[in-house]
Design a protein around this ligand. Structure first.
Ligand code: TRP
Length: 446
């Protein structure tokens, strides 16, 4: 297939689309809860280090492949491999990535469905006057109700697949970018409010004073996986966006801007959530329900609480929407490449993801105690193995392809960072990102 001629209309449009993919549940829901489960500051420190040493350079690697190939991920990989005289089997990396985000989307949709439930509850004022314990109990009751969970999961996935089918993601992205600053502002207000509570000082200490003795291979593996997850790297999903990059735009600058934004959203959410946790004597290691229990409690204390809380869940939903579109895109693009029309491809992906997602829905009720693999139930399995193992593995192969396989001239041009910038990037990928990912993966898996 030939090069695509389509381009993002402006440089900003590209940055905004990548930010839309990056900022989502990973920042506001997943980051606080796995940080809570992994002892706080140590996890945060490792995660930041991995964002810098692996996330950023690999994000550049992934996007530059798309930019150089100017085709869908599988086709770009195959085409560039051919150009370099390497095996065309590299294109299967695109399929592996699509499979990874496919698994991720299955639980992502379920958890985004929780936001729908909470949005409705917030609008109804259901949290007014409720204590942290009561809100926790209500949440547990909701999780134990497969009917309501299924409804929300179905609704969210339909919202996603409709946008994907219509191919109007850019419209949604624009809306998202209009409203994202508002989400940011709300998180700032929340963190500011957190600073006035008794929980603020213990929260900061817990988040920023690492106990290095707590570093284990498994904590490292999880921190690495989260760095990939939050930046949307390692599954060729950003590669697709790179194909539409304009000729003259600095990839490194764009990627740094996105990463800074992404990490600050997570930090603000973390500060807000853990202040409430410590002020209310909750358990930081509470698990996937952490954000859903603490934020309603935090907002309940603020003047105009229900209104702010409704707005917050609305914005969160919008942020997860643009992320889930990015998650669905690789699989749909591949089916399209195999001859399906876009609408049919979106329908097929939607139905299969929905069915897989049902296993996650039931993991909070009838399947809670089932041990499918490695002692985990289906939700625990899809929400840990694809982000923590598949994404780093995909990222590793993407990095090897960009830094070792592609002809130097091609990758230098696609990075567009000047000869010195290119040398620094390639040295970092070759001698830091690739070996480090390999070591952490092996250490964590053995
Ligand atoms: N980064 C998103 C989040 O933090 C999730 C996401 C979107 C993603 N697209 C991706 C993760 C591609 C991995 C690969 O919520």
């Amino acid at each position: 297939m030939n090069e695509t001629l389509e381009r993002w209309s402006t440089r900003r449009a590209f940055i905004l689309a990548v930010t839309g993919a990056a900022v989502g549940l990973g920042n506001i829901w997943r980051f606080p809860y796995i940080t809570g489960e992994n002892g706080g500051a140590v996890f945060l420190l490792l995660y930041m280090a991995f964002v810098l040493l692996l996330g950023l350079p690999m994000m550049m690697a992934e996007i530059l492949i798309g930019r150089a190939g100017r085709r869908s991920p599988m086709q770009s990989l195959g085409y560039l491999a051919g150009q370099a005289g390497a095996s065309r089997h590299w294109r299967w990396l695109g399929l592996f990535g699509a499979f990874t985000v496919f698994c991720i989307l299955s639980f992502y949709s379920v958890v985004s469905g929780w936001s729908i439930e909470f949005l409705v509850a917030a609008v109804n004022g259901d949290f007014v006057g409720r204590s942290a314990t009561e809100i926790g109990a209500d949440f547990d009751a909701f999780l134990a109700d497969p009917g309501r969970m299924t409804f929300n999961h179905t609704l969210f996935l339909m919202m996603t697949m409709l946008v994907v089918a219509a191919g109007v993601a850019k419209g949604l992205e624009r809306l998202n970018n209009l409203l994202m600053p508002l989400l940011y502002l709300l998180l700032l207000v929340l963190a500011g409010y957190a600073a006035t509570t008794d929980g603020f000082a213990p929260a900061l200490a817990w988040l920023f004073l690492p106990d290095l003795a707590a570093v284990t291979p498994l904590v490292m593996l999880q921190a690495m996986g989260h760095a990939f997850f939050t930046l949307a790297v390692g599954a060729c999903a950003l590669m697709a966006y790179g194909a539409y990059m304009p000729e003259h735009q600095s990839l490194s600058r764009a990627v740094v801007a996105v990463a800074v934004l992404d990490v600050t959203v997570a930090l603000l959410a973390g500060i807000a959530i853990f202040s409430v946790v410590f002020a209310q004597g909750l358990d930081p290691g509470e698990g996937p329900g952490l954000m859903f229990v603490t934020l309603p409690v935090a907002f309940a204390d603020l003047p105009g609480g229900p209104l702010w809380l409704s707005l917050f869940f609305l914005l969160l939903l919008l942020a997860t929407w643009t992320s889930s579109i990015n998650l669905a895109e690789p699989m749909v693009a591949i089916l399209q490449g195999w001859g399906l029309r876009r609408k049919a491809a979106a329908a097929v992906v939607g139905v299969v993801v929905w069915a897989l997602g049902m296993l996650s829905v039931l993991s909070f009720s009838s399947l809670a105690e089932s041990r499918v693999l490695f002692g985990m139930n289906p939700f625990e399995l899809v929400s840990s193995i694809p982000p923590e193992v598949f994404l780093p593995l995909g990222g590793l192969l993407i990095a090897i392809f960009a830094a070792w396989v592609m002809p130097e001239e091609t990758s230098r041009r696609a990075l567009d960072a000047g000869p010195n910038g290119f040398r620094v990037w390639r040295a970092l990928v070759r001698w830091v990102s690739i070996p480090l990912t390999l070591i952490v993966l092996l250490a964590g898996l053995i």
